[in-house]
Ligand binder design. Sequence first.
Ligand code: BGC
Length: 529
Amino acid sequence: MIACDTLVLCLILQLCSADRRFPANFKFGAATSSYQIEGGWNADGKGESAWDSFVHEHVGDIKNCATGDVAADSYHQWREDVRIAAEMGLQFYRFSISWPRVLPSGFTDKINKAGVRYYSDLIDALLAEGIEPVVTLYHWEMPVKIRDLGGWSNPLIADWFGDYARVIFSLYADRVKTWLTINEAISICDYAFTKGHFAPKIKEPVFAPFLCNKHLLLAHATAYRIFEREFRPKFPGRISLANYELWIRPATINDTELAELGRQHSTGRYAHPIFSKTGGWPPSIEKLMLEYSLRQGYQRSRLPPFSTEEVEFIKGTADFYGMNHYTTSLIRPAKPGEGPGIWDVTGSPELNAILESPPDSKYGVSPILPIVPEGIREQLSWLKKEYGDIDILITENGFSTKDYELNDLERTEFFKEYLEQVLLSIKVDNVSVVGYTAWSLIDNFEWLDGYTTKFGLHEVDFSHPNRTRTPRTSAHFLACVIRNNSLDVPDSCYKHKYLADLATQNGSYVARGVLLLDAILIYISFVFR
Ligand code: BGC
């Protein structure tokens, strides 16, 4: 009888554990971006980017007056990045190329050989370790000359970005098979121009977000079409962009329609033109923007129209869906006199709506990123409902901490909870999620927060000249998940590994002492459990 019960239990357990396995072709990776990690801001002929000039000219705008001048020094320490990625068993590494490191003026008049070699060596080293390079062309490093010519407000940027993309494809398409043109269009267009406190430090919330929205989509599509026409026949590869997806829930049952409008205003404006069957702006937003603009006294919509040719040119320019996801907000109508503020963080004047955090949320350090694991599953299902059964690559998801802390149990829990929801999305909702990218491989320059907010699977010692990288518990955890291709990993696989790392790294008696103390504490908690 006992044997029989045990057998049943074993079968159930096996089923459970089979359920927590990822599909065989599912891939795990981690991401970084050039400005946030490279440093070497003016090394070997690199040109200046809008972020270089922003941090130098507006010193007080960044916490502790930090800059990305050295950052994690990946311009020199990139072999370390490859080593730690390999140690984790990452199947891909998502990094970005700094436009002015390769084209110092932003244009093709001069190609910087040192910059070309830097990325070439990085790609070769990744491939030698069996790690697929996933390359983003633009993670916010606009060459200053292009910024000064109007940046995303100038329609010619579509051609200039296309020229840059062509140079990069011709250099690396023989080895890079997965491309992302632009990271987080909504952060570039809506957040930057409504906040006005982010490079290029222009506050113009009326026209700039919408001009930028249109020109950025044209720039993306230009790069896609160049790849499709000139490179894909010889160098097969897939290409998309990484959109930032805030999942929006109604605050009350009465706000259901508003929530859908909110999703179209955030996700839809950057995805509908590319991923929908019809192309063009989401109809609900096109209508809203026209009516609102006319009411404001303008002669036409502030959301610039697409010509029929432009609709066709942009439509279908993605081979998969790239999704950055961090959080979920509730939406409700603004009360009289309430200022809706910044889209898509606090609200939208166009929608006359306020965004707020779900009550009782847990947080990392970032007050604008409440932790709502179920939100990622809801967002994934919405994408499938809107745009059909397309492959979705989660291109970023991560958790912030502060201070130096190797035993990041909260971040580890975050990854567990979000990955559980991703599994449910794949297995229960039948969404084709093909991979997951943790943000970030290492601590880095977290934009306005400087180095005070840390997203790294690896801690970076910013006081050390080598910017030493050390794995956190979350890195050990993800390494175990990758090895098992399952969320079922024994605690022993990753817990307390950080102490062993410390002991070997320092060889110090202190670390060994901490290790011993920790073992005693585990023993005591076991005895008095
Ligand atoms: C951006 C990253 C940033 C991360 C955490 C994402 O929106 O792509 O550059 O570091 O969020 O704030």
